[in-house]
Write a protein that binds this ligand. Structure first.
Ligand code: C2O
Length: 340
């Protein structure tokens, strides 16, 4: 059976001493979300974050300023939005039919669809705050080695977050193989290493849906023996670690599930993860298709929509971003041509 969320309680896997105040956690099973018909509208185009102009940055800053100004308990506040990630990623939701099993959207096939829906509503809420339903989140194309995009680095901007690795903010390129223990290569060596990782994770290492999306995960399953898909494993996780503040106990904000959504950069990191799903389906190979298993397609999550209505969404409705009203700006993809 599919995994469906019900009864939200306190998160089970919060690290001890996690700095968390109020937890916004809707305890209902709301009615299904009706995806608007976007077929007659212009698609929202998510831009590459390093290419955006001042007009765009102005809009995003305004939207984030308004979001940060909302009272914490408002479901649209940044704190509440970040708590959604905490709830699904630190096991706060029970599974329908299995009250002793808590839901987890990482390390299994729910990873891509959960984060897609999460960003979908986050984007719609920002658009609502500035009364612009064409607003689209910028994506951080770390797959091309891009560093933290400039718009997130200005200390006076609402897009800034104090809890980051200050040293890494100054680097000209991200390290997709980052680990605390080893020094990062530099220059051409780093570019080569990044391209090699992307090529492995997207091309040679994810020829089947299982390799790309991760292990199946059904009602009543626990995570033992499950596993993440190629991109979730690397570089998704390394980028979280690379971005978070090493001086915080748990690498907050980006370095830990419960706090990651507090950094606006999170949503651009995940926009690029989401973009990888679209790109993966365009690569050559017969098996690069969405999963057909009804347990995946019927798994569901709960969100507040842009009108603060609680809704249930399912995986089947999110496999096509055009149906969800958005697409990604095309930019060069250096790892496509990589020769091992
Ligand atoms: Cu829910 Cu990047 O993690």
């Amino acid at each position: 059976a599919p995994v469906e969320a019900t009864n939200c309680g306190s998160p089970e896997t919060l690290p001890s001493g996690a700095n968390i105040t109020k937890f916004v956690c809707p305890p209902l099973r709301p009615s299904p979300y009706n995806l608007p018909d976007y077929s007659q509208r212009t698609l929202r185009e998510r831009p590459a974050a390093h290419c955006v102009d001042e007009v765009y940055i102005g809009k995003y800053k305004k939207a984030m300023r308004l979001m940060r100004a909302l009272p914490t308990e408002d479901p649209h506040s940044l704190a509440s939005q970040a708590a959604i990630h905490c709830a699904y990623c630190d096991s706060a939701y029970e599974m329908v039919g299995f009250p002793n099993f808590k839901m987890q959207v990482h390390n299994n096939w729910l990873f891509f669809p959960f984060h897609r829906w999460y960003l979908y509503f986050f984007e719609k809420i920002l658009g609502k705050l500035i009364e612009d339903d064409t607003f689209a989140l910028p994506y951080w194309n770390w797959d091309a080695g891009k560093p933290v995009p400039a718009l997130f680095k200005d200390r006076d901007s609402p897009l800034y977050d104090k809890l980051r690795n200050e040293k890494h903010l100054l680097l000209p390129s991200v390290d997709l193989n980052y680990s605390k223990r080893n020094d990062s290569p530099e220059g051409d060596a780093l570019t080569k290493c990044n391209n090699k990782i992307m090529h492995t994770q997207m091309v040679t290492g994810s020829k089947t849906p299982k390799l790309f999306f991760g292990c199946d995960y059904r009602a009543g399953d626990n995570l033992k023996g499950k596993g993440a898909g190629a991109i979730e494993n690397q570089p998704h996780t390394q980028i979280h670690m690379w971005t978070g503040d090493p001086n915080q106990r748990y690498g907050e904000d980006m370095g830990r599930f419960y706090s990651a959504g507090r950094d606006p950069l999170f949503y651009s990191h995940h926009a690029n993860v989401d973009r990888m799903w679209n790109i993966w389906k365009t690569l050559p190979g017969r098996n690069r298709k969405d999963i057909k298993d009804p347990d995946w397609l019927n798994s569901s999550f709960i969100f507040y929509d842009e009108n603060k209505k609680l809704v249930t969404v399912n995986v089947g409705d999110c496999v096509d971003t055009k149906r969800m009203g958005y697409t990604y700006e095309d930019v060069e993809i250096p790892w496509l041509k990589f020769k091992p």
